[in-house]
Design a binder for this molecule. Structure first.
Ligand code: ATP
Ligand code: LTN
Length: 334
């Protein structure tokens, strides 16, 4: 029996991935790759929609790929590649741009947020078209399942709308994908600002745990995490965002349920919860960090591996791109 096709990706927008990427994406991807025919990309073209430093971008792309592998994404079981290595992404994105409404793209909340923060002049057409490129990523592989965080739900909805519109105008070409959204418990918040999500591009790094940080640095950040002065370990997102966040991280790394953890720390202050959580993080990221550094120490081998995977992706993508070109009436090259 063939396994259902799965697609997801992450932007190479920092030197290291952060704890939220690990818990909300890499960990679930690792499990999902067993039962799916999975494609995971480093979406470098998406990263270009906000200014990137050319001198460091290349390295970030490699580092992101290395962290995928180090966290357990298998480049044999799954197809792990760099988006810009498969030209069909931008080619299909163009076709999809022609069937996307201007108003429809303008309603994407991520675009509205980012563009209002940057101002109209600093906002590129690329940022506006970001979700259309994402739709191309997904549709090129006849994807059935798209595991993403809640913030990407609207983009997957747009992808479904575009696929249905294309199929009804030009004949059945694309599989209609479904989002697989990580629950609220998979969302990790900034340790210093526990009502905003932990993010690679946070303004301050004090509340972000990096996968590649030195263990002592991660431990210190956890010990300094913002809590409250109640001194009672309990889960309440509204009233105790800091402690609740620590409990969710604890739960997702240990695989234990939150009430069980709360019961264990009953009557103790926050100190021992933090200390044990720091140990959990260090134990989880230690081997990932080590493996990522080994992979990054041999960039030529990493590049070869990515190139082999890009060949696989290219083959699958070409079939769909050719069908889409045919469907809209382009002339095949003789
Ligand atoms: P950026 O700050 O560059 O936008 P990011 O760290 O917010 O980056 P993305 O690259 O946009 O992360 O997201 C990659 C994946 O990681 C997505 O599936 C997203 O849902 C997940 N993710 C990101 N941050 C968190 C978080 N704090 N908690 C849970 N999942 C997260
Ligand atoms: N926008 C996504 C990254 C992304 C993606 C995709 C996710 C680009 N293309 C295709 C799933 C499928 C994000 O998480 N920031």
């Amino acid at each position: 029996m063939t396994k259902p096709r799965l697609y997801s990706g992450m932007q190479p927008s920092a030197d290291s991935l952060q704890l939220g990427n690990y818990v909300g994406a890499l960990k679930p991807w690792k499990a999902l790759q067993e039962e799916h025919d999975a494609f995971f990309s480093v979406v470098d073209l998406h990263a270009l929609t906000v200014p990137q430093d050319p001198a460091t971008l290349r390295e970030k792309i490699r580092r992101t790929a290395a962290q995928y592998i180090a966290a357990g994404i298998s480049p044999e079981k799954s197809t792990l590649y760099v988006q810009s290595h498969v030209p069909a992404h931008t080619e299909l994105a163009w076709i999809l741009n022609t069937i996307t409404g201007f108003g429809e793209a303008g309603r994407m909340t991520q675009f509205k947020d980012k563009s209002s923060r940057q101002g109209a002049d600093a906002t590129s057409v690329g940022l506006f078209a970001y979700p259309v490129l994402m739709a191309a990523d997904i549709l090129l592989y006849q994807t059935e399942v798209v595991p993403v965080g809640d913030d990407q739900r609207q983009h997957v909805e747009l992808t479904r709308d575009l696929a249905e519109r294309f199929n009804s105008r030009f004949g059945k070409t694309f599989t209609i994908p479904k989002a697989l959204i990580g629950g609220d418990d998979a969302r990790i918040y900034d340790l210093q600002n526990p009502t905003s999500k932990m993010s690679k591009s946070a303004e301050s790094m004090a509340g972000v745990i990096w996968v590649l940080d030195e263990p002592a640095v991660s431990a210190k950040k956890i010990m300094r995490a913002v809590t409250d002065d109640e001194g009672v370990v309990a889960y309440d997102r509204e009233k105790k965002p800091g402690v609740s966040n620590l409990l969710s991280i604890y739960s997702s790394l240990s695989g234990r349920a939150i009430p069980e953890i709360v019961a264990e720390y009953e009557g103790q202050g926050y100190g021992s919860l933090k200390k044990n959580l720091a140990e959990l993080v260090v134990a989880e990221f230690g081997p990932v960090r080590e493996r990522a550094h080994e992979l990054m120490a041999d960039p030529a081998e990493l590049d070869r591996l990515l190139s082999r995977n890009a060949d696989r992706a290219n083959e699958a993508a070409q079939t769909t791109l050719a069908a889409a070109y045919d469907a809209v009436g382009l002339l095949r090259r003789g």
